[in-house]
Every structure is written in structure tokens, then in C-alpha cells.
Design a protein around this ligand. Sequence first.
Ligand SMILES: [Zn+2]
Length: 217
Amino acid sequence: MATATKKPRKRRKVTQAMKDRDTASRTAAREVLHAYATACLANPAALEQFRSIAASIGWKYDPASDDDGYSLQNAMLLAAQRRPLIHCGGFDYWLSQGRCVAEGEKSLFTFRHIGRKKTEEERAEEKKLAEEGWQSSKRGPRYYVKKGTFDVAQTVPRERCPHCGTTPASPEDRTTQCPPDCAVFAPQPGGKPPRELVLELMQAQLIDADADEDGEE
Ligand SMILES: [Zn+2]
């Protein structure tokens, strides 16, 4: 996984419509996750595929750490939206890799926890959200859903591919793709998450979803 340098965010006013949209995004994400966890728990092959995906896109034990990699929950949320996955990153990350998002591709979303990281930037974000009323209630959301992640298969070379030599026809060309055997599509080296840990997290998705339905939010 990879993140490009973050740009400073513009301050925005949060309207009720935006809050409703964010609530809808969280609900949709939880439903996708719930369905995927249910499918993986019922099918050992699906569960193994998830472990391979997590190994390739990069995962980390501690969601709050600054290490590269996705939390296991985010790896699961990404896999719930698209399979297989090989190598994920944001729009700017792919530009930094000499690739761009292919025409017509829709981004995947991940959870962003509010106030989990203790970096300067995260603290500022938390403060900003608090000022905007996010945490005015004790039961306010602890996370939001953010779009903007793409798998390498959703990107095309923006300049000559260093692996296979595929070159876009013009700077505007966003459709010329590398051949399927290009090394850019090879799984990334990485350890699979332990089976027990994956099972535990998937079972937790089912419980969390039930708790939310009981009005946790
Ligand atoms: Zn290539």
C-alpha cells in the first residue's frame, strides 16, 4: 500500500445533508463488509483468497500505526468491493508511480478512524471535525468512509511502463493497458494474516453490524 504526500484540506461547512450522506456511506460500507465476512466464513476458499489479497496489498496489525499497509479491517473492506486485488493506492500515489486511473474506473472506499492516530495531522483533523460538530454527541461517529483507493488493475501507464514497455498513445490516453503478464500486476510480496486473526475479525463484523442495528449510533 502506499500514500502520497497529503495536501492540506480545505475547511468545509458540514450540512445536515452531508452528515446524512456520511451516515449512508458508513451504513453501505458496513453492509458490504457484513456480506463479505458472511461469505468468507461460509467458504474456506474465499477466506484463503482474502488472506492472499491482504498479503499482496499489504496489511498491518496495528491500525493506528504509521507503518505502510492497511488495517486488516480496511483490507477486508477493499476486498469486499473488488477481487482480486494486487496493489492499492490513492490517485496521487499512482501518479507518482507513473500510472494513472484508467478511464471509467470507480474508486474503492476505506474506513478512516477519527482520532486514532496521534500524529499532528490527525490531531488537527480531529479538532476540526469536533469544531464542526462531529463529536457533539457522545454517540457521534468514530470513523468516516473515504473514497479514492484504486487497485493497480484500475490504472494504466501514464508514460512508458518500466516493466513491459507499454506506452500511452498520447498524454490524454487513459485506456492503453499493460498486457496481463506485465510485472506490475504480479502479487506483492507480503505475509498473509494469521487465519485465526482473520476469522476473529470476520466474526466481529457480524457482531458489530448487529450492534449498529440496535442503535449504537
Ligand atoms: Zn507494464
